[in-house]
Design a protein. Structure first.
Length: 226
């Protein structure tokens, strides 16, 4: 009997924080934002769910760590920015990288974009934005204000993109049908402004809205420096 127990333990996979996070992100992206649980993850890795508590305090701690893990791609993006890049160019590269991340990891992004992880990746991103805005020469109060405006705008719009992309096919189809129905109502006489812009309302893309919003914000910052 002791020998059999030893053999069973030897077949149990060694758990590492990195391995757990990789498996958790896979579950979230494959099965949706609500799919992750310690029990579900334990079944995926072939271990008892209690084993995860050696690495994470609870499920929420694990979720935030998953978000921190996928946002490591943003630190790679900012490390690739040239030292002589303008403050505007630096912020634009981060904004585009954030949108792309929300597209590639929509389920995980949707779980964390409005949260504070307190992790090293988050701290590095905050430092990057503040440094870029400091280069404008604006007073410290305005630097902080625009830091919040930039971060909140980019995360909010990217988060909406992620939430919509995370919907299951039936929900996305329902939204599409509902939008078509609303657009038909716009043609009624009591909605003259909507009727006038109906074609353009149906044609505008989410990415276009995102880029226009970021551009308008950066224009505002640039105007404040003159």
């Amino acid at each position: 009997m002791p020998k059999a127990n030893t053999e069973r333990r030897s077949r149990t996979p060694a758990l590492t924080r990195d391995g757990i996070l990789a498996a958790a992100v896979e579950v979230i992206e494959r099965d949706g934002p609500g799919a992750l649980s310690m029990r579900r993850l334990g079944a995926e890795l072939g271990v008892d769910a209690t084993a995860f508590y050696r690495h994470f305090r609870d499920k929420d701690d694990l979720v935030l760590a998953c978000y921190e893990r996928v946002t490591e791609a943003l630190t790679e993006a900012i490390h690739a920015v040239a030292d002589d890049e303008s403050w505007r160019g630096r912020l634009w590269q981060l904004a585009r990288a954030t949108w792309d991340l929300s597209t590639h990891y929509p389920a995980t992004f949707s779980l964390g974009f409005a949260r504070t992880t307190g992790g090293s990746t988050e701290r590095e991103l905050v430092e990057f934005i503040l440094d870029a805005l400091t280069r404008t020469g604006l007073p410290r109060e305005q630097v902080v204000l625009y830091y919040r405006m930039f971060g909140d705008a980019v995360l909010s719009l990217s988060g909406m993109n992620a939430v919509l992309a995370s919907l299951d096919p039936d929900q996305r189809a329902k939204d599409a049908v509902a939008w078509s129905g609303i657009s038909a109502l716009w043609r009624a006489p009591e909605y003259p402004a909507a009727r006038q812009h109906a074609t353009e309302l149906l044609a505008v893309e989410d990415r276009e809205i995102f880029e226009a919003t970021v551009n308008a914000l950066l224009d505002s910052i640039e105007h404040a420096t003159t």
